[in-house]
Design a protein around this ligand. Structure first.
Ligand SMILES: [Zn+2]
Length: 321
């Protein structure tokens, strides 16, 4: 085989996902390696390079076939230089990701934020396929976001474009966010935020609920809340309603600003499916400007864990040629 291949890399705090992808977006082979954060993350890039080289050999992919590499990292990146200033959860201080990998691998390398590459994945092969104006949000431990306008990621002045998790939904109060400010969407609608909102309801609300039967030793999860909601539990219904209200308002405001063709919701929390999408859509329709309400569609992400590697490959394909 001698067709060109791009490599997508999704660098995460515990595992790094990698894939060889055709320029048409078909995954030829995907795999994972552990992210070694020891020693301020000094082994991370050498391990990625070595792993790509080894897998290329076992899958009969020659060095000449690999045209470029696209990698997503869990923190802010300067897209032009491929330099990460710091990335706390993998131990990095200032790291020249692009320069290191280009030198080591001998191909062009493109680096972006992990939420941005996941958004590009959904744009290319997922729920946003066929669109050019797309906003994605990933509801996981935190909330990531990516804004794509006319097929391109919006990075903003300093690489912080699309930080949807830090849209302020509660003014003058609310929980303190990991970013240091209060009232961020992430404090309410991430998996962690949903669990915390549920615990607050359980403590202040006297009604019976299946959520109160969950062993306190075992931490309450966002999935528990949506499972109880699906069973018609009244307390869970109120919790989901509050979360959907905030999410719906954030999504509507993004829609009012950008009028994208689609706003795609992904991440672990989106596994709740229609139990999440329907109430969020109801509030979105309430808060959206009329033209936005009828022309911006809400959808669930479809690529799951592959969004990052597919988006990394898209980055490589788009900028590498
Ligand atoms: Zn925040």
């Amino acid at each position: 085989m001698d067709k060109k291949v791009v490599v997508g890399v999704d660098l995460g705090g515990t595992t790094t996902k990698l894939a060889f992808v055709t320029e048409e977006g078909t995954i030829l082979h995907k795999w994972e390696i552990a992210t070694d954060t020891s020693g301020a993350g000094k082994n991370i890039l050498p391990n990625i390079a070595q792993s790509i080289e080894e897998r290329a050999v076992t899958h009969n992919i020659t060095k000449k076939q690999v045209s470029s590499i696209g990698i997503g990292v869990p923190g802010p990146v300067d897209f032009e230089s491929g330099v990460v200033e710091h990335c706390i959860n993998i131990g990095w201080g200032k790291t020249h990701v692009r320069a290191y990998l280009e030198e080591r691998m001998g191909v062009s390398v493109f680096v972006d934020n992990d939420a941005n590459i996941a958004s590009l994945g959904e744009l290319w092969k997922g729920a946003g396929a066929g669109t050019k104006d797309l906003v994605c949000m990933t509801l996981g431990t935190g909330i990531g976001g990516g804004v794509i306008v006319d097929g391109k990621i919006v990075h903003g002045a300093k690489g912080a474009g699309g930080e949807i998790g830090h849209v302020t939904v509660i003014r003058k109060g609310g929980y303190v966010c990991n970013c240091g400010k209060t009232g961020c969407l992430e404090t309410i609608a991430s998996a962690t935020g949903i669990a915390r909102t549920a615990v607050a309801y359980i403590e202040k609300d006297a009604r019976e609920s299946v959520l109160k039967d969950i062993d306190r030793e075992k931490k309450l999860t966002a999935k528990d809340v949506f499972d109880a909601y699906k069973q018609g539990d009244a307390l869970a219904t109120d919790i989901v309603d509050e979360i959907a209200d905030h999410l719906g308002a954030a999504v509507a405001n993004i829609g009012n600003m950008l009028n994208p063709e689609k706003i795609v919701i992904g991440g672990g929390v989106s596994a709740a499916g229609d139990a999440l999408l329907q109430p969020v859509t109801r509030y979105f329709e309430e808060y959206a400007f009329s033209t936005v309400r009828t022309s911006t569609k809400l959808a669930l992400a479809t690529l799951g864990n592959d969004a990052g590697v597919v988006g990394g490959a898209y980055l490589a394909k788009t900028y590498g040629n």
